[in-house]
Design a protein around this ligand. Structure first.
Ligand code: 13P
Length: 238
């Protein structure tokens, strides 16, 4: 089965750049590849949805902590759905570490996104300093899943020390973390969950990462901004 290639644009691209990107991506892909998700900034969700012309899927990078009301500058899950988002990232390490999001915040966001019927990509991962406590750190981040219906949720394991640094986790690191996540879900829910790996993924290393039996797809930052690289990765994941 094709594995998912999710691109997180972070705070990059204007409308024109996004339109050109989507057109180039679709041309490069030709027919038959739908195993991808683009998470552009909020301002481009509608544009990317339209420009992809029914191909792939579109996700948001974040969501507000409340359903509506006096929260200047925030965007609710309902608004994301309204402009065509299919899914939403929750708990990205940049949200946790730059904006101080806690597991409590992430649990609330998860509820709001699920209520709107959007697919949720829960991001988890340890800092370098937390690496020795990998199991307990991941289990604490995964605890937001407790009591949830997992059908519409996937997990992205992104070791913070491998994001934007060019340092890819070793095969052993990835297998170890993905195994901890799978076991947590098996023990708590008696079920399975898809897990993406993220952190300096690029065309040159994607095949090796996807060949590890425990990886169901990838979440890509920097390399996803280039349509040629994105197309190459999507094709490698088929
Ligand atoms: P890079 O691929 O740039 O390391 O970013 C990973 C990431 O944070 C995706 O969400």
């Amino acid at each position: 089965m094709a594995k998912l290639v999710a691109g997180n644009f972070k705070m990059n691209k204007t409308k024109k750049e996004a339109e050109d990107y989507c057109a180039e991506l679709l041309t490069l892909l030709g027919k038959g590849y739908n195993n991808f998700l683009i998470c552009p900034p909020y301002t481009l969700i509608e544009c990317v949805k339209r420009s992809l012309n029914g191909r792939g899927a579109v996700g948001a990078q974040n969501v507000a902590l409340a359903e509506s009301g006096a929260y200047t500058g925030e965007i609710s899950a309902k608004m994301l759905k309204d402009v065509g988002a299919d899914s939403c990232l929750i708990g990205h390490s940049e949200r946790r570490h730059i904006y101080g999001e806690t597991n409590d915040d992430i649990a609330k966001k998860l509820n709001l996104v699920q209520k709107e019927g959007l697919k949720t990509i829960l991001c988890v991962g340890e800092t370098l300093e937390e690496h020795r406590r990998l199991k307990s750190v991941l289990e604490s981040q995964l605890s937001v899943l407790n009591d949830k219906d997992l059908t519409n949720i996937i997990v992205a394991y992104e070791p913070v020390w491998a994001i934007g640094t060019g340092k890819v986790a070793t095969s052993d690191d990835i297998i170890k973390a993905h195994t901890i996540i799978k076991k947590y879900v098996k023990d708590k829910f008696n079920s399975e969950i898809s897990i993406l790996y993220g952190g300096s993924v690029k065309p040159e290393n994607i095949s090796e990462i996807l060949a590890l039996g425990v990886v169901d797809g990838v979440l890509v930052g920097g390399a996803s901004l280039d349509a040629k690289k994105m197309a190459q990765m999507i094709k490698s994941a088929k």
